[in-house]
Every structure is written in structure tokens, then in C-alpha cells.
Design a binder for this molecule. Structure first.
Ligand code: XBP
Ligand code: MG
Length: 253
């Protein structure tokens, strides 16, 4: 089967949104709501094991705040999360978060080569719209045939639901696609959907288990800033471009 489409995770993969965006927005929301909660970078690293902001807030209350009382934890987490999303979107709209190396280059090269593009993420849809339109311009939203985000599916990553959803929307088989992820939860999700995956690690995920990945890299690389291979077969490629993706697809899919 020929390679037809590239499917991208957002948080940690397209941009380092977690430390510079989501974590800051969570803490600002807590402060604005007069909660005396402060998530350190170290604690957030652990909390990231739980995908989805609302689930992360509930996990924090249940596991770290034994004496915290609220009549309705679901409603409470929703309120905190709505404010956090508002703050995060405003930060992104101010240009706080750049895309990672190689991301724009790969989008452009893939479009020229006629590959179809999509997004598969657990983050809130408004966050994706803000990140794409502020880094690439609003018109770039149309580059993505499907933006699968948030609770459009019942189970967030590491479930495979969001990837199954994107495949169904695009009417594609897993073997016709390559996914891009940055985390253990991400690779478990793509593996459940049987989609072969390129991993680019970041500060939070560099020690994760990426069993099943085609290749694990520090980033997608730029001509003057080649990628570093952490796991994977030797290649002459120094950036993730369409030729390298075709090579990986022929080897693994
Ligand atoms: C991303 C997430 C999200 C973000 C925060 O995971 O788990 O919850 O941390 O966004 P992935 P929200 O990169 O695997 O999709 O607060 O909107 O959930
Ligand atoms: Mg991610």
C-alpha cells in the first residue's frame, strides 16, 4: 500500500506546548480561582501520565489532595478547565509558543508531494485552532483534512480511538499512513490503531518507552540542524522529509 497521509499529534509533537503553555495556563487558572494549588514542572511531568486536562485535574484532586472537598468534582474540573483553556488560547494568540524544528518544512513538503494531512490529539479543539492559526496563519487550518481533537471520541489516548476516528474520516487504512508522536501514551495509541510512527522526543518524554516506533528522534531536523537518531535503523537522511518517510514506509508498513 502506498503512503497517502501523515497524522500528527499536537502537544509535544508540533510544539512544546506543555511546559511553556498548558502548565502556565493551569497555574494561572488556579490562581485566578483563588485555589492555593501550584503545579511545579516536576509534578506536571508526573501528571502528564494522565491525558486530557479535565482528567488531569480530577486525578490531582483524587491523588494529591485527600482533604479537598467539592460537591461535584466533574463540574468543578470543568470550570477550572474552561478557564485554563481561555488562558492557554490567549497565550498562544500572543505568539507564546513556536512550532518545533522541521514541522513547517515537513508540512510544506508533504503538501507539495500530495500527501494528505490530519491531526489526532487529546487536547481541546480550540487549542489546536489557536496553535495552527497563530504559527502558520488561519488559512493553514485547511491544510488538515481532519482535525481529530478532544472528546470527539469516548476514550482519550492511550486508547486508539482518536486514530481510528481519523482513519475512518479519511477513509484510509492504517498502512497508508504514518503518525507523529512524542510520548508513551501517544505511541500506545498509534500502535492500538496499527499506524506506524515517527517519535520526536522532548524534555518530558525522552525517558519514555517507545517500543513499536519506526524511529525515535530528537526532532524532525532542518537542513542546517540535522536530527539525532535515538532509536532506529541507520539512514542517509538527516531530516524527516518525504523521501525518508517513503523509505520508512517501505521498511515498516
Ligand atoms: C495532550 C494532553 C492534553 C494537554 C492539555 O496529549 O494530554 O491534555 O496536556 O490539553 P497528547 P487540554 O499530546 O498525547 O494528545 O487541557 O485541552 O486537555
Ligand atoms: Mg503529545
Amino acid at each position: 500500500m502506498a503512503l497517502q497521509a501523515l497524522i500528527f499529534d499536537v502537544d509535544g509533537t508540533l510544539a512544546n506546548t506543555e511546559r511553556d503553555g498548558h502548565l502556565v495556563a493551569f497555574n494561572s487558572a488556579f490562581k485566578e480561582l483563588d485555589l492555593d494549588w501550584v503545579w511545579s514542572n516536576e509534578l506536571y511531568h508526573k501528571l502528564l501520565e494522565v491525558t486530557g486536562g479535565q482528567l488531569r485535574i480530577k486525578h490531582y484532586v483524587n491523588h494529591y489532595l485527600p482533604t479537598f472537598k467539592t460537591a461535584d468534582l466533574d463540574a468543578f474540573a470543568l470550570t477550572v478547565h474552561q478557564l485554563k483553556t481561555k488562558i492557554y488560547v490567549a497565550m498562544v494568540n500572543e505568539g507564546a509558543i513556536p512550532l518545533r524544528p522541521g514541522v513547517v518544512r515537513l508540512f510544506q513538503e508533504a503538501r507539495v508531494a500530495g500527501l494528505r494531512l490530519a491531526i489526532a490529539t487529546t487536547t481541546t479543539p480550540a487549542n489546536v485552532v489557536a496553535l495552527i492559526s497563530n504559527t502558520l496563519g488561519e488559512a493553514a487550518l485547511d491544510w488538515f483534512e481532519v482535525i481529530g481533537a478532544g472528546d470527539v471520541v469516548p476514550n482519550l489516548k492511550p486508547a486508539g480511538d482518536i486514530y481510528h476516528y481519523v482513519l475512518a474520516q479519511m477513509n484510509l487504512q492504517a498502512a497508508e499512513c504514518i503518525a507523529f508522536e512524542d510520548s508513551h501514551n501517544g505511541i500506545v495509541s498509534t500502535t492500538r490503531a496499527k499506524i506506524k510512527t515517527v517519535v520526536t522526543v522532548n524534555e518530558y518524554t525522552k525517558t519514555h518507552d517507545f517500543a513499536g516506533a519506526m524511529v525515535v528522534l530528537n526532532n524532525l531536523g532542518e537542513p542546517e540542524q540535522p536530527f539525532e537518531m535515538i532509536e532506529g535503523r541507520a539512514t542517509d537522511s538527516t531530516v524527516v522529509d518525504v523521501a525518508y518517510l517513503q523509505e520508512l514506509h517501505a521498511q515498516y508498513c
